[in-house]
Design a protein. Structure first.
Length: 317
């Protein structure tokens, strides 16, 4: 191991692990490392967080603060739970970064059930970056087959997703999510529930590209539910996004809810420079919500200030 660089390879955990927070099968917490690399690691032991609030519970990694993070070819097969906690996932619970960071999770899988308060996912539960910082995220060729359930009962954009839960920040987020797959059912009384990414919400600029992703799991939450993305919440920041070559076959929504879409539940930004392109996407899942209340086969709610380009789309009416 080089100074301030950590590499973990070919490790396996089979023990059940319980703790108040920062709990994981392989690495609970990495603080201020220059580079963190984890490859070919497996967790099959049940991971349980018993505390409240910010949990950072993961099958492979709990939390990490590092300039460069790579998690590759690793998997979780066990149940991960923290019923009163946030930032919980099959691979990495959360990343809380005070400086610039590059995070890559590739060729990883989760088949364990995830239970959380909010900010839960198969791959990455939560991101947070301070003002003036930038996190660049790449989630590539990942697969989630585990069910994900939130136990909380709050009406806020909190995030629950098959691949990523909440990509939220006071800083800048650049996210590239490609060739990812979810078949787990994603359920909870939260806003921002989806098969791939639950919530993207930043104060700073956000650029999010979602390519070649598929969801076949059932999606059920409060408002802002989508087969691929629950909600983009740009506020006054500039949002630039592309959703391309994506498909949903799972059911989305439930009665008496709004902002429900087969691909994206809602896209919001008060910045007139915000743009989003949705192309070559399809939805054959049943979409359920309040009629005429931002419910659609492709998108649910759209802010009038956003320039939206849609092409080559297919959905069932």
């Amino acid at each position: 191991m080089e100074a301030n660089k950590t590499r973990i390879t070919n490790c396996k955990n089979i023990a059940n692990i319980t703790g108040p927070s920062y709990v994981a099968g392989i690495l609970a917490n990495a603080d201020d490392t220059e580079e963190l690399v984890i490859k070919h690691c497996t967790n099959s032991g049940k991971i349980t967080g018993t505390g409240e609030g910010s949990g950072a519970i993961g099958g492979i990694v709990g939390d990490a603060q590092s300039s460069t993070i790579l998690i590759e070819s690793s998997k979780n097969t066990a149940e991960i739970s923290g019923t009163k906690q946030t930032g919980i996932a099959g691979i990495m619970g959360k990343i809380y970064e005070e400086g610039n960071s590059n995070l890559t999770i590739k060729e990883c899988s989760n088949s364990g059930k995830i239970t959380c308060d909010m900010h839960g996912a198969g791959m990455l539960g939560q991101i947070w970056a301070n003002t003036g910082t930038q996190i660049t995220v790449t989630l590539s060729q990942n697969r989630n087959t585990g069910d994900i359930n939130a136990t909380t009962n709050v009406a806020d954009e909190n995030g629950l997703g098959g691949i990523a839960g909440n990509l939220g920040s006071d800083g800048i987020i650049i996210a590239n999510i490609n060739n990812c797959y979810n078949s787990g059912d994603i359920t909870g009384n939260l806003n921002g529930v989806a098969g791939i990414v639950g919530v993207v919400a930043t104060v700073g600029t956000q650029e999010v590209n979602i390519l070649n992703c598929l969801n076949i799991g059932a999606i059920s939450g409060n408002e802002n539910q989508g087969g691929i993305v629950g909600v983009f919440e740009g506020n006054a920041s500039k949002l630039t996004s592309t959703i391309k070559n994506c498909a949903n076959t799972g059911s989305v929504g439930k009665a008496e809810m709004y902002s429900v879409g087969g691909i994206a539940g809602a896209i919001h930004s008060s910045n007139a420079q915000s743009t989003i392109g949705i192309s070559n996407c399809s939805n054959v899942g049943i979409v359920t919500g309040i009629l005429d209340w931002d419910v659609g086969g492709i998108t649910g709610g759209l802010s009038e200030t956003i320039t939206v380009t849609q092409s080559n789309l297919f959905y069932l009416e």
